[in-house]
Design a protein around this ligand. Structure first.
Ligand SMILES: Nc1ncnc2c1ncn2[C@@H]1O[C@H](COP(=O)(O)OP(=O)(O)OP(=O)(O)O)[C@@H](O)[C@H]1O
Ligand SMILES: [Mg+2]
Length: 346
């Protein structure tokens, strides 16, 4: 085997980094945010910002892109400090770091023609992991330094940020990336990386597994492409992302809707476990599938959600997979098969 020395070995670059938007205009789907920040770039006026919303929707990318545009290419590093969950974020440390940063003389832009606003930016990423005390102390810090420092607070859950802190910022909600926007981005990356997919179903499947998280769909695409540069199939995506193939879910539905005996459910449980599927994934997909069945009544759907939620908790708490899957499938089967007062199963 030829062992390439590190210089010859091709460098692995995660596509999520390679294709991180470098301009605010390149941020997909978040139209309202982009429109507001476009104004900030034009005027150089930046308020304190709060970005919140689910993972992989562009929060960190947007503030980095904004900083680059306001301050220019490499120079932005001199005007921006980024603190995230991997940093020690007790309030003493935050205060110390921010103070040091804010008290520095603002670095002058090397290009005197560049219209660079005279502010610096403190990014507090993943702020929902900060303690309430640290957040409370941050209010004062924001006021103290706001003459030349702007804060951008980023989190997944706005409810974990105390009101007085949130109210000091202009808030922007980042929503899960819509299907079309994700597919456009994924196709763009495939083109640039010369990756071929078997059909558009591959993109549909990437979007299905991502739940609006573009980081996740890009990462899955890249993982698939490390196995196969050409002709990536829907099945490849399903197998690397732990998704249960649709045919299995249909089979589960057919068996639990028609069986008369417990042994069918028992056998089905064994089969799903032998296939090596993650039980939590199996029950989420069953729930999803049944929820989109227009023939099931709302009452039945509500009962099914209860059962799945119960199992979910038990699995998280370490409950046995086999027993829980058996319990769920037999309960779901019983609910589906109950006849309504008109004598039908719906
Ligand atoms: N709106 C978007 N437009 C373009 N690319 C995006 C967008 N959202 C996510 N991405 C892609 O996903 C990667 C991760 O995005 P980012 O780090 O901005 O997510 P985030 O919202 O900060 O997530 P988290 O809450 O997990 O920190 C980016 O590097 C980029 O490749
Ligand atoms: Mg982030």
């Amino acid at each position: 085997m030829v062992d390439l020395d590190p210089v010859q070995r091709p460098k692995f670059t995660p596509w999520v980094e390679k294709y991180r938007p470098s301009k605010v205009e390149e941020v997909s789907h978040q139209l309202e945010v982009v429109a507001a920040l476009r104004k900030s770039i034009q005027t150089g006026q930046v308020p304190h910002l709060m970005f919140y919303g689910p993972p992989g929707t562009g929060k960190t990318s947007t503030i980095l892109a904004l900083s680059k545009e306001l301050f220019g290419g490499e120079f932005f590093k001199q005007r921006v400090i980024e603190l995230n969950a991997s940093d020690e974020r007790g309030i003493a440390v935050v205060r110390e770091k921010v103070k040091k940063f804010a008290q520095r003389k603002i670095a002058k832009h090397p290009d005197s023609n560049f219209n660079c606003p005279s502010i610096q930016i403190v990014i507090l990423d993943e702020a929902d992991s900060m303690t309430i005390d640290a957040q409370a102390a941050l209010r004062r810090i924001i006021e103290q330094y706001s003459s030349n420092t702007r804060f951008c607070i980023i989190c997944n859950y706005i409810s974990k940020i105390i009101d007085p802190l949130a109210s000091r910022c202009v808030k922007f909600r980042f929503s899960p990336i819509a299907r079309d926007a994700q597919i456009d981005r994924l196709k763009f990356i495939c083109e640039k990386e010369n990756v071929k997919v078997e059909s558009d179903d591959v993109f549909q499947s990437l979007v299905d597994i991502s739940a609006g998280d573009l980081r996740r769909s890009i990462n899955t695409l890249q993982t698939a492409s490390t196995f196969k540069q050409n002709n990536i199939t829907k099945r490849d995506i399903e197998s690397i992302s732990g998704i249960v193939p649709h045919e299995f879910i249909i089979k589960v539905e057919q068996i639990i809707s028609n069986t008369d005996g417990f042994s069918d459910v028992q056998f089905l449980t064994q089969e799903l476990l032998w296939e090596g599927f993650d039980v939590q994934q199996v029950i989420y997909q069953i729930l999803d599938h049944l929820m989109s069945n227009p023939k099931l009544s709302d009452l039945k759907k509500a009962r099914l959600s209860e059962i799945i939620a119960e199992t979910d908790v038990k699995l998280i708490q370490g409950g046995d997979e086999e027993i829980n899957l058996l319990y769920t499938l037999s309960s779901v089967s019983r609910i589906i098969k109950v006849k309504n007062k008109h004598g039908s199963h719906q």
